[in-house]
Structures are given as structure tokens and as C-alpha cells.
Design a protein around this ligand. Structure first.
Ligand SMILES: Cc1ncc(COP(=O)(O)O)c(C=O)c1O
Ligand SMILES: [Zn+2]
Length: 481
């Protein structure tokens, strides 16, 4: 299959490239352990149909000296080569690499900020509480770190078409990377169940976008059939190259912490690719000696999309219990998570927990993260809501270091945010388990609806005075010196 018009513009922009290490990776089935040099279109084991992961003997080799790696990764931060400017390819010794750097599709992903969360720290009582904000990636979500790697391999394999099923963020990211890499993209999304903001990204980046009358799980099932029939490269997180790129979230985080592991990392769970990727990175970093201790990796889901919670509680992680998913955190509205076995393994290997949170708890936590001046999309806010529960249960201690992974940008779901502040977020949806009155008590103090005024100085001054009387000073006032 011919490679469709690859972007010469990209190569010209990138200038001279540092060389890539030699590719030595293979695919390993997570079920039967069989190893293969190539993978089928559906990225499933030909023997037992389970998912594949990527493995590379060089990642365990003594030639990968931890101190040397740390210093060369740090040095690359002052390089202007495109591969080094990417917060993913900067860590290429722990990634599958293409045959040549000419295939690399990058938007300078990764390099995301690490923030203190002083307000949330006071709310939870956890004094060392931080956020790794993956919503600050080029298309506004963590998906970009995986997409740069997987789209690179699609380009190397010569595909004209790439495709994904999506709750929104994957499609936005895939469409952008396909456009940069000179490939066409096909998006399958559940009709009416993803935010306009994400859908609009896919349209603008030029994807062929199909809104299917089904849910995410239905879209993914259809995609799996499609890739067996048509020469289309699938870019869902079933594609193990995606997870390899997403590993760099954890590597970059540890670098930002000067390689001192936090006690806990808390991540939202949907299709469970991201938690699996973070866990894989933690185990590999421990094996190489980049870190000497494993953080506990915990996954939080919405109560209405709690397949992993139920799988662990009711089936001890041995078989998947799927659910009919329903939540306003549409990014994690997934009932049949593909990577559940990978996630169970890493939660158990790191000693993490799995929790669920209600719709009201998600809305409250999202507003609290907004009040930090950071913001995130609803799915990301399950991390703070889950942390509150884990502290109450004694699983997280107040003197431990905790990092929340914020997966998507605040601007990803403006409808949710506007409805929250106007007070009509739960008007048409049931509020799982929280009485209306309690919902009001919890959420009203966090609401800041817009005020419509006559365009006069007096009207503005009176509004300012009223706000001064009724609102307490900003809770961060003392620490903002
Ligand atoms: C913002 C956001 N957070 C969390 C998730 C869940 O990630 P995963 O499906 O890898 O579990 C998604 C998935 O689409 C997402 O878009
Ligand atoms: Zn197998």
C-alpha cells in the first residue's frame, strides 16, 4: 500500500535530526505470553485473541545505565531538534522506535506541567498534593503522547487511512496527528454522547467523522470488525504503540520529581489504556533502576461506568464485569474496557486501589480544580473526588505524596462547565444517590454564574460591592504572595 502524501513540510521544519536507537522490539501476548515480530491488524494474539504489549530486551539490558539515561534526557531539554523537543521522543530509549526518523509524526507533545494544588491540599488534608496536567498537550489531552508513537508506525507501515472509535479525545488527537503525517482519518463516535468541543477538533483537522447510533463500546466493536476487512490502521489504545507513548507521562513525571517516587499516582479509568501504560512505565523504570520504589497506582471511575471497580470487587479481577455505562463525564463513559486485564495487573503489582465516585462528587471536584486556576475536564476530576474517598478510608495518609493525573483540558467540555455554573447540570439526568438538597449545599458555593447587567459604571460597581459583601476572600489569598 502506498504511503499517501507524507508531509515534506514537517521534515523541512525539523532540520537535522539526532539518530534513533536501533529498533529491537517485539509483541508479547498478555494472555499466553507468545512473542511475535509482527502484529495483525486487530492487534490481538493469533493463538488466544488476547491483547498484545510491546517488549524490548534492550529495556532490561545493563547497557541502559540509569544515571546515563537521566543525564542524556536532561541534556535533550536544551536541544532544538524536533525529536528532542517532543516530551515523548526525548525518552526514546524506552520506546519502540521506527526505522528512520523521517516517519516520526510529532506536534511537540508531552512536556506537560506539574502543579502544586494548595486548595485541594487543604480540602483533602494531603499536604503534598500535585497534578500532572496532560490536558496541556497540543490537542488538549493525554492522548497525544500515545498518538505520536502509534501514528509514526502507521506512517512507517504505509497506511493511507487510520481510524479510531472514541469518546472524543482520541478522535481529536488522531485527526491532528493523521493530518500532520499526511494520512486520512476515520472517526467513529457515539452520536450525541461526546462534547462538541472534541467533535469540532476532529472536523477541523479534516477527519471523516461518523456519528454512530450506538455507544462507545458499540463503536469499538465495529472498528474491530472494520480493520479485519479494510486496509485501515486502528489507533485505539488496543494498539500497543499508543500505550508505549503514554508511558512517557510517568517518565516525565518522575523526572520532574527528581526521580523521587510519589507514594500515590491517581488516574481516571475508562478503556483502561492510560492506567496500563503508566503502570508499565513504573515497572520498567523500577527494573532499570531509574526508581528504587514503586508508587501505588490507583484508578478512579464514575459510579455509572464502573466496570473495573466491579471486576475487582465481585470477580477478584479474574473476569470482566461489563456495565451499561452512563455518566456526564463522557470521556470515561465506557462499559466494556478493552485493557482491563492490563490494568488489573498493574494495580495489583503496585499495590494500588480502585474506587468509584458519584456525578455530584465529580462536579464538585472539577469546580475545586478550576478554583486552583488550572481546570480540567470532568473525567479528570474523578481523581480528586477519588482521593477524598481514599483518604477517608485510610488508604492515602495525609503525610504521603500524591500526584493526580489530569487527563483533559478544561476547554474540552464547555457545556458541562456552563451548566454547572448556571445550576442546571443535573436537570435532565438522575443524580446517582445524592438528594437534590445535598447537591445544592455541596455545589452552590462553587458556582459562579455570569451576570447580565446594563452597560453602566454604576451597575458594575454595585455588583462588585455585592460580591465583596457576600463572597469570602479567595481561599488562596495568603499563599499568593
Ligand atoms: C479526558 C480523559 N480522561 C480519561 C480517559 C480514560 O482513559 P483510558 O480510556 O485510557 O482509561 C479518557 C479516555 O478517553 C479521556 O479522554
Ligand atoms: Zn495469546
Amino acid at each position: 500500500m502506498p504511503l499517501s502524501a507524507t508531509s515534506d513540510r514537517d521534515r523541512d521544519e525539523q532540520g537535522p535530526q539526532p539518530s534513533l536507537p536501533k529498533a529491537t522490539f517485539s509483541f508479547r501476548c498478555i494472555g499466553c505470553g507468545s512473542i511475535s515480530a509482527a502484529a495483525a491488524q486487530d492487534f490481538r494474539c493469533s493463538q488466544c485473541n488476547n491483547l498484545l504489549e510491546i517488549t524490548d530486551p534492550s529495556w532490561k539490558s545493563p547497557s541502559l545505565n540509569a544515571a546515563t539515561l537521566k543525564s542524556s534526557w536532561r541534556e535533550r531539554r536544551s536541544s532544538n531538534a524536533a525529536l528532542d523537543l517532543s516530551g515523548v521522543w526525548r525518552f526514546r530509549e524506552l520506546l519502540p522506535v521506527p526505522k528512520s526518523e523521517q516517519y516520526v509524526v510529532t506536534l511537540r507533545e508531552g512536556n506537560t506541567p506539574f502543579y502544586e494544588l494548595p486548595l485541594s491540599s487543604r480540602i483533602t488534608g494531603v499536604s503534598r498534593l500535585y497534578a500532572k496536567h496532560q490536558g496541556m498537550n497540543p490537542t488538549g489531552s493525554f492522548k497525544d503522547t500515545g498518538m505520536t508513537v502509534a501514528s509514526t508506525f502507521a506512517r512507517q507501515a504505509g497506511y493511507c487511512w487510520v481510524a479510531c472509535a472514541s469518546t472524543g479525545n482520541t478522535s481529536a488527537s488522531m485527526a491532528a496527528y493523521a493530518a500532520r503525517g499526511g494520512m486520512r482519518s476515520l472517526v467513529l463516535v457515539p452520536e450525541g454522547k461526546i462534547s462538541w468541543s472534541k467533535l469540532s477538533q476532529a472536523l477541523d483537522y479534516g477527519a471523516l467523522t461518523c456519528q454512530l447510533r450506538t455507544d462507545f463500546d458499540g463503536c469499538l466493536r465495529l472498528l474491530q470488525e472494520l480493520v479485519r476487512r479494510a486496509p485501515v490502521y486502528q489507533l485505539n489504545s488496543i494498539n500497543p504503540f499508543r500505550l508505549e507513548g503514554q508511558k512517557t507521562l510517568a517518565i516525565e513525571l518522575l523526572e520532574q520529581l527528581d526521580w523521587q517516587p510519589p507514594d500515590h499516582i491517581i488516574v481516571p479509568g475508562g478503556n483502561l489504556g492510560n492506567s496500563s501504560a503508566i503502570g508499565k512505565a513504573l515497572l520498567e523504570m523500577r527494573d532499570i533502576g531509574l526508581i528504587l520504589r514503586l508508587p501505588k497506582l490507583s484508578v478512579v471511575q464514575a459510579e455509572g461506568a464502573n466496570a473495573l471497580v466491579r471486576t475487582l470487587r465481585e470477580a477478584e479481577g479474574k473476569r470482566l464485569i461489563s456495565v451499561q455505562a452512563e455518566t456526564r463525564a463522557t470521556a470515561i463513559r465506557i462499559g466494556n474496557p478493552a485493557s482491563w486485564e492490563k490494568a488489573v495487573k498493574v494495580i495489583q503489582a503496585t499495590g494500588g486501589a480502585c474506587e468509584q465516585v458519584s456525578e455530584v462528587e465529580i462536579a464538585q471536584a472539577k469546580a475545586e480544580i478550576g478554583a486552583e486556576g488550572i481546570g480540567c475536564e470532568p473525567a479528570s476530576a474523578v481523581t480528586l473526588a477519588g482521593l477524598k474517598k481514599l483518604v477517608r478510608q485510610g488508604f492515602v495518609k495525609p503525610d504521603e505524596t500524591v500526584v493526580l493525573v489530569l487527563t483533559g483540558n478544561l476547554l474540552k467540555d464547555p457545556d458541562f462547565t456552563m451548566e454547572f455554573h448556571r445550576g442546571d447540570l443535573f436537570q435532565d439526568t438522575p443524580v446517582h444517590g445524592t438528594p437534590r438538597e445535598r447537591e445544592g449545599n455541596l455545589l452552590n458555593p462553587l458556582r459562579h454564574p455570569p451576570i447580565v447587567l446594563d452597560a453602566t459604571l454604576n451597575a458594575v460597581i454595585q455588583t462588585l460591592e455585592r460580591a465583596e459583601k457576600s463572597d469570602p476572600p479567595h481561599p488562596n489569598a495568603e499563599s499568593n504572595t
